[in-house]
Design a protein around this ligand. Structure first.
Ligand code: GLU
Ligand code: MG
Length: 459
């Protein structure tokens, strides 16, 4: 869509306010609201915005400092936190149904020269991976499956509560429940309709195994759009819930006794003529050599990319056997106990599902990491380990490659990953690692409910 068409569309829809927003490292939307008359200027030059948001802790309690000896891009007070520019991508126009006369445009982040992309931008990192896929002769397609809880908690207050005190929308689970009149369906119907009106490709929606837990799957599409859709869904559902004094959370494990929230990433590749390249009727199991090498690359990078899929200390609480979270670098055909599930569905449906990412993963980063691992595998013709049949959760740890069980272990692996540095750039990796180390320090200082319950009287 050209700028002229975009402005005409906004006039036709009687839009008065435009949200210009982009994704930060945590997966939070940052930007500004502008009166529609200001848009032409910002379309050309980008919207100036202070670069400090890249170093905010996720709860905004503090700023992350540049690590000693760090040399790449890293916003600091020493540079006075200058402006960067949010450049709207006209192809991402969405009319926001739950705000009056409001549209939204997703932005890419540029440095003040207006031509260099901010090297730590998640959407920029995904763009780079997709550019390299294209150079290799592939178009990447993906879809994200989002799990989340709706809680009867007023946004802005739940941090005062203990996990056991959180009240889910519905106290009992109703896995795949479709009985009309359930408490979940009242809100589920609203979410589906508002998201369809928002222009998101809702494919299916069901109660998941936790109390008040939902799963929404989004229809697959080109990988940048699929990540945009998931990012918009996550921020949108939080707003919709908040308008009803509910809290939507994609936190990986809000309560140890509830099922975790995942964000499975489904991926496949087409050649530049639109032919699916993962399906080969003549190959063993109908899985093409390209798909096998792609799987080999994902499996071989799964441990070192874990922090990108499971980015908080809480993310690792999901990784217990029989939680249906990917806990091992294994693959199998339609097997939900492995880390990477192969799905066979003809030329256009054959795909891989990465089962490690949590609901707390940044959709751009999780997509970029899945694709980079796979493309690395194709580039180096990496043979995957054998396809696993049966219950992989029951296998002893010396028979399978186990994924990291803590953020600390995952961050150490990411920091020394040459594949991560090759595909995402040193600036992105170093900034991501610094943010995660700051998070680990904050966690190390916290005195938790568990510690008080366990030690207060006993010690
Ligand atoms: N909730 C599970 C997890 O945290 C995933 C369930 C599923 O297979 O959809 O990984
Ligand atoms: Mg699910």
């Amino acid at each position: 869509m050209s700028s002229t068409q975009l402005l005409a569309e906004l006039r036709d829809q009687q839009i008065s306010t435009v949200i210009l927003g982009g994704c930060d490292t945590h997966g939070v939307m940052r930007g500004k609201r502008i009166p529609v008359a200001q848009l032409p200027d910002f379309l050309d030059h980008g919207l100036p915005i202070c670069d400090v948001f890249w170093v905010l802790h996720v709860d905004e309690s503090d700023l992350v400092s540049r690590p000693a000896g760090h040399t790449g891009y890293f916003p600091t007070e020493l540079q006075g936190y200058p402006d960067i520019h949010a450049k709207p991508d006209p192809s991402t126009l969405h009319i926001v149904p739950w705000h009056a006369d409001t549209a939204l445009l997703l932005c890419d982040w540029y440095l003040s020269d207006n031509t260099t992309m901010v090297p730590i931008s998640p959407r920029g990192v995904l763009r780079n991976v997709l550019g390299r896929a294209e150079e290799m002769g592939y178009t990447a397609l993906s879809a994200l499956e989002l799990e989340f809880y709706l809680l009867r908690e007023k946004p802005g207050t739940p941090h005062l509560k203990r996990p056991a005190e959180l009240t889910p929308l519905q106290e009992v689970s109703s896995t795949y429940g479709v009985v009309m009149g359930s408490l979940q369906e009242d809100v589920g119907a609203l979410i589906r309709q508002q998201m369809l009106d928002y222009g998101l490709p809702i494919e299916a929606c069901n109660p998941e195994t936790g109390p008040g837990q939902f799963e929404i799957t989004l229809h697959y599409g080109p990988s940048l759009k699929a990540a945009d859709d998931a990012f918009l869904f996550k921020s949108g559902v939080k707003e919709l819930a908040a308008q009803r004094e509910l809290l939507a959370t994609f936190m990986a494990k809000p309560n140890a006794d509830w099922a975790g929230n995942s964000c499975h990433v489904h991926v496949s590749l087409q050649d530049l003529d639109g032919r699916g390249v993962f399906f080969d009727p003549a190959a063993p199991e109908q899985l093409s050599e390209t798909m096998r090498h792609f799987a080999g690359g994902v499996l071989s990078t799964m441990r070192e990319f874990s922090a990108l899929m499971a980015p908080t200390p809480n993310s690792y609480r999901r990784f217990v056997p029989y939680s249906w979270a990917g806990t091992t670098a294994t693959w199998g055909i339609d097997n939900r106990s492995v880390g990477l599930r192969a799905i066979r569905a003809g030329e256009h449906g054959t795909r891989l599902e990465h089962r490690q990412p949590g609901g707390d993963a940044n959709p751009y980063v999780a997509t970029a990491a899945t694709l980079a691992g796979g493309l690395h595998g194709i580039k180096h013709a990496i043979e995957p380990t054998e396809l696993m049949a049966g219950d992989v959760y029951s296998l002893p740890e010396d028979q399978v490659v186990t994924l990291p069980r803590s953020l600390g272990e995952a961050v150490d692996l990411l920091e020394t990953s040459s594949v991560a540095r090759e595909w995402f750039g040193d600036d992105f990796v170093d900034h991501f690692v610094a943010l995660k180390r700051a998070e680990l320090q904050a966690q190390a200082r916290a005195v938790t409910d568990w510690e008080v319950a366990r030690y207060l009287e006993a010690m």
